[in-house]
Design a binder for this molecule. Structure first.
Ligand code: NAD
Length: 481
């Protein structure tokens, strides 16, 4: 592997400030071509327990530091990430597949959480509450919750870690992370830089392992853990929530979505197409806020589909490190077969294939960017999270009808509205039962705003002041005078 800073390639777990071997080895491969990138330590439940013990031991000293002291370490970490952004992006593309430009974007986006929370932790204000009794004084203080454990997915191997670790560490918590086994190299590289930045031993720990269930059990059930935070699929999230119940842990869940993308007859179609391609095809469709159901008003349906097809045809599949690539592979073959199965089933039930619908010669994990029309809400493709480069268009006639159809799902993560009519846009944004709604935009996630879902898409928020609050306990202090 060709990196400027070879220290970033680590193959051991990072526990209590030490790089440790596991019982076995885990292969990390390039999803674009199957090349072996590294064999890394395969951590176990025992490693997870040691990591929790280390985080527990490190908590008193780290939480007692002033916010300014913690901020200084986090800012050094941010700076080191910025200095190594090209290498970090290369590693990310190699293990995950996304085009290098997107990987660079993820590194910058991920690092921005570290910078922002380093500043935000200085503002952990409490309150002085007007008393109900002249003989008493009432205050609140905010204190870090304690040891935080995290499980993260493969689709954003850098940012899904910093979105959790940055506010947790800034608040004074200590952290144990289990990244996805497909993409551990980005997580371990972040630890290299955290160590160089001066994060004390045990403050940040990473345990990679193929036995997710065993490691996950420790991270969700160990009584020393105060808070568990998960990003991943809804079925796994539900299982982990149940595990957290045994010790009544605080938890945050960033789970799956089924995002509607609504194009009204008064939309600017070029803006709508640009937004649609960005949300649908970025990361080969493997994002939780990816558009799943595109509802287009019947009067502009054909014009929108023609423009969307033309834009999708411009996508250039290839290896993420190849200049010009705008569509990488899916993460593994199982995902390709799943997407193809959804397409075949929809076509068998009457959907019309406008573009794609097949495998690609670039490699076994590639799937052609695909466009289907004449889909209806009863098809599996409209009900399940697609997680692939597959755009699915349906028609609608009335505003009330499309709001009802958009909300008719157990998910509630992201939704999109395209309209030039501010009154309609306002009405529809407010009526959509989603944690996040973007109007006339396709990419909206930012450090300074709360990211998260409602219904079966999750609990809690990441980013902004809400993301910091997740890692504090508010203590009410009452003094008799
Ligand atoms: P996944 O749920 O299969 O895996 C996520 C993580 O959980 C991985 O680290 C995996 O190893 C681990 N895991 C799996 N089974 C486990 C178990 N029994 N016990 C403990 N850990 C276990 O999800 P994925 O396929 O990696 O990611 C895609 C999903 O993540 C999609 O549904 C997507 O929408 C969701 N996602 C959500 C957000 C968000 O912010 N809401 C962001 C990114 C991805």
């Amino acid at each position: 592997m060709n990196l400027n800073n070879n220290q970033l390639l680590k193959t051991q777990n990072f526990i209590d400030g030490q790089w440790r071997d596991g019982a076995g080895k885990l292969a990390v491969t390039d999803p674009a071509n199957g090349d072996l990138l590294a064999e890394i330590a395969d951590g176990s439940a025992a490693d997870a327990e040691q990591a929790v013990a280390a985080a527990h031991a490190a908590f008193p000293a780290w939480s007692r530091k002033t916010a300014g002291e913690r901020a200084a370490v986090l800012k050094r970490w941010y700076q080191l990430i910025a200095e190594n952004r090209e290498d970090l992006a290369r590693l990310l593309t190699l293990e995950q597949g996304k085009p290098l430009a997107e990987a660079l974007g993820e590194i910058d986006y991920g690092a921005s959480y570290i910078e922002w929370y380093a500043e935000e932790c200085r503002r952990a204000y409490g309150q002085t509450i007007p008393t109900h009794n002249p003989a008493m004084r009432l205050h609140t203080i905010r204190q870090p919750v304690g040891v935080v454990t995290c499980i993260t997915p493969w689709n954003f191997p850098n940012a899904m870690i910093t979105r959790k670790a940055a506010p947790a560490l800034a608040a004074g918590c200590t952290v144990v992370i289990k990244p996805a086994s497909e993409t551990p190299l980005s997580a371990l590289a972040l630890c290299v830089l955290a160590e160089q930045a001066g994060l004390p031993a045990g403050t940040l720990n990473v345990v990679v392992g193929s036995d997710s269930a065993a490691i996950g059990k420790v991270l969700t059930e160990d009584a020393r853990v105060a808070k568990f935070t998960f990003t991943g699929s809804t079925p796994v999230g539900k299982l982990l929530m149940a595990q957290c119940a045994s010790t009544v842990k605080k938890m945050s869940m960033e789970l799956g979505g089924n995002a509607p993308f609504i194009v009204f007859d008064d939309a600017d179609l070029d803006t709508a197409v640009t937004a649609c391609v960005a949300t649908k095809m970025r990361n080969a469709g493997q994002t939780c806020v990816s558009t799943n159901r595109i509802y287009v008003h019947e009067s502009v349906h054909d014009a929108f589909v023609a423009k969307l097809a033309a834009a999708i045809e411009q996508l250039q599949p290839g290896h993420g490190l190849e200049p010009g690539t705008t569509l990488g592979p899916l993460i593994f073959r199982r995902a390709v077969d799943r997407v193809h199965g959804l397409v075949e089933e929809a076509v068998a039930n009457g959907a019309k294939l406008v573009l794609g619908g097949d495998f690609l010669p670039e490699g076994e994990n590639y799937y052609a960017p695909t466009l289907l029309t004449d889909v209806d809400d009863s098809m599996r493709i409209a009900q399940e999270e697609i997680f692939g480069p597959l755009a699915v268009v349906q028609k609608f006639r009335e505003e009330a009808e499309v709001i009802q159809r958009a909300n008719d799902t157990p998910f509630g993560l992201a939704a999109y509205v395209m309209s030039e009519n501010i009154h309609r846009a306002n009405r529809v944004v407010e009526a959509l039962e989603y944690g996040m709604v973007a109007c006339n935009a396709g990419v909206f996630s930012t450090t300074v705003a709360p990211f998260g879902g409602c219904k079966e898409s999750g609990i809690g928020r990441e980013g902004g002041v809400e993301g910091m609050a997740e890692f504090y306990e508010t203590k009410y202090c009452c003094y008799g005078v």
